[in-house]
Design a protein around this ligand. Structure first.
Ligand SMILES: C[S@@+](CC[C@H](N)C(=O)[O-])C[C@H]1O[C@@H](n2cnc3c(N)ncnc32)[C@H](O)[C@@H]1O
Length: 198
């Protein structure tokens, strides 16, 4: 039984092993916060932008619920489906480039990912994690579209939605997070993770 404040020792061990095996990604503190937030709404609907080695954690945390991943890299979609049979991955395409992020803020509605299936737009999301697409250099897509889409999906969800933005040490993630998710909705910033409650 996972309470809001305490994770089972087995979960902590599993997260520690993930951090050790997946250097340069999220920290243990960040993973614990996300895990707890998902487990607190267990059985609900969780949306994750970006697949990776941590994807199975979110499925475990939300046992009995729905976890959907949005991913644009065919190679990573194939890895996710191979390593986690039955995983729900929705392919997408990003047309943005990180270098143009300030320009894209002028017409934010164009950032909405309309190519996603209708079930994504129609679901009430309990937790949304934005950990993709890549945004580590100017030629990457950047996370303008995923953060904007997360904000719209959270706004139209029934009740509150916990929205996490990872890599918030970067300007785009911080600026788009505060602009689209609302600076007033920022709950905390731990390591490189920001949590907004929308
Ligand atoms: C920051 S990565 C997400 C990594 C994931 N949170 C993890 O720790 O396993 C963002 C994007 O890079 C790709 N990707 C996934 N896992 C990766 C990894 N271990 N190394 C490099 N790129 C990865 C995918 O296209 C993903 O949408």
């Amino acid at each position: 039984m996972v309470s809001h404040a305490v994770l089972a020792a087995s979960v902590t061990r599993s997260l520690e092993a993930l951090v050790a095996a997946n250097p340069g990604q999220a920290t243990l503190r960040e993973y614990r916060i996300i895990w707890q937030a998902i487990a607190a709404r267990r059985g609900g609907n969780v949306l994750v932008f970006g697949v990776g080695r941590d994807s199975p954690q979110w499925i475990d945390a939300n046992a009995g619920g729905q976890v959907t991943f949005v991913e644009h890299e065919p190679a990573w979609i194939a890895v996710a489906r191979d390593k986690t049979p039955g995983i729900d991955v929705v392919p997408t395409r990003y047309t943005t480039r990180a270098w143009a992020w300030r320009l894209s803020l002028l017409r934010p509605h164009r950032l909405y990912l309309r190519n996603l299936p209708s079930r994504i737009h129609e679901t009430s999301w309990d937790v949304i994690l934005v950990d993709g697409p890549q945004g580590y250099n100017r030629r990457c897509p950047g996370r303008m579209s995923s953060i904007y889409t997360a904000s719209r999906l959270a706004q139209r969800s029934a009740g509150r939605t916990e929205v996490f933005v990872h890599d918030a040490d970067r300007e785009i993630e911080r600026a788009c997070g505060d602009r689209f998710l609302g600076e007033a909705n920022l709950v905390r910033h731990v390591d490189r993770l920001r949590q907004y409650r929308v």
